[in-house]
Design a protein around this ligand. Sequence first.
Ligand SMILES: Nc1ncnc2c1ncn2[C@@H]1O[C@H](COP(=O)(O)OP(=O)(O)OP(=O)(O)O)[C@@H](O)[C@H]1O
Ligand SMILES: [Mg+2]
Length: 488
Amino acid sequence: MNTDIDTVELDTPLQEIATEETVVPRTVSTAPLNTHQQHWQDTLQISRNMAATSAPFLVSGRLTKVNGLVMEAVGLRVAVGSTCIIQLPNNNVEAEVVGFSGEKLFLMPENDVHGLVPGARVVPLEAAAGQNTSPEMARHLPVGEMLLGRVLDGAGRPLDQFGPLSEGPSAPLQSKPINPLDRAPINEALDVGVRAINALLTVGRGQRMGLFAGSGVGKSVLLGMMARYTTADVIVVGLIGERGREVKEFITDILGKEGLARAVVVAAPADTSPLLRMQGAAYATTIAEYFRDQGKNVLLIMDSLTRYAMAQREIALAIGEPPATKGYPPSVFAKLPQLVERAGNGTEGGGSITAFYTVLTEGDDQQDPIADSARAILDGHIVLSRRLVEQGHYPAIDIEASISRAMNHLVSEQHYLQVQRFRQLYAHYQRNHDLISVGAYVHGSDPLLDEAILMHPRQEHFLKQGMYEADHYTTSMSAFSALFEPRS
Ligand SMILES: Nc1ncnc2c1ncn2[C@@H]1O[C@H](COP(=O)(O)OP(=O)(O)OP(=O)(O)O)[C@@H](O)[C@H]1O
Ligand SMILES: [Mg+2]
């Protein structure tokens, strides 16, 4: 090759196309080109034009298997948690990557899918949208003030009659964990509007409580009372895996207009895909985090944590994870604390998320692995009892079985001692209830029981509360201390 040549200015650095025999001059001149050079220039220009007008290379895979809820695809290398589009002859379907095995990706659709065909093209969502985003970037859902008073599904789409959401911020479904040492401590009580909880199971701002109960014992009504009467600034309700009918009932009858005005409801009922149910719980938490980061005190209500665990069980079993404890695969027990840990206080001086998670304990099964696991990761539990429901005692809070682990930091020492006294007398009465009711107890033989019998009607009266009756923190506390004042 002739190296002693006149050269022209090129867009592409000549070093890139230089071969071993070529010596590339650093300075270029504008002298006319020889035929050989002209040929190279023309070829280069044609190649540049072709590259500029061609569509970007779209990586795609193929659907190879559908097995119940899970689809398998090959030919793609995308992260777990990414969204893919499955291109079908008549429509496109969105699915999330939930796992992989060797070259195979496991995908799950967000909604019901019809018309899947073998070999259908699978394209990562970011590539299909022409964006170069990470999977986390692709999963942004709306958050912000415009959500107040709205009912949304697990994917952030409105379910109510108020039309599309107005423009506002969005946030990823997963958030970075807060350094536990940076979190503000729980040292201020939150008024939940329910007397028995305010006085005997005081809940602090940023505390995470479990509401353990079987079916039909008043969980929804109690959560609704808290949502309506709490002094929290914002209420975020996640209705996960419950019956569809219950969603409407909760919103119209239990939450009501006043409750809904400062609430956001995320509903992913039982008939939605397990993925959407999981996402619904994560989304409700994301919304709560947004308000917390704005300095607000948020009450997050999640009904139910058990259904969330069941959704994860469906997914994990479908992709082949072996069941471990009572049919629940190990990933379920990893997902629960991940969700629950997102609630709590923010950094010092910021907002808070006080959370109530319902846990189903059918037939008083204390061995239920989800109930067991939840008890360990939550800062307290309120147990609703069927025995009390049968006696017409509402809210059916079993004071003996319930505990708030943060309470001693929230109330005065005197109040704390009185609570212990209340519990002692109440428990003593319950233990001797049969004896008393058949008239076998002789007054004077047990001074503690005498006091318990005297106190019992007042205790019962104190613990009962109608569903449309609010009782605020200060009145709950003064009514409680009045129980211990000497009677004239
Ligand atoms: N504070 C209350 N005062 C009077 N009645 C109540 C009270 N709380 C609950 N109830 C009664 O209990 C019934 C069942 O309550 P709720 O629907 O809240 O139960 P649940 O535990 O949510 O049931 P499910 O398991 O079906 O979701 C209500 O319809 C209501 O009649
Ligand atoms: Mg309910």
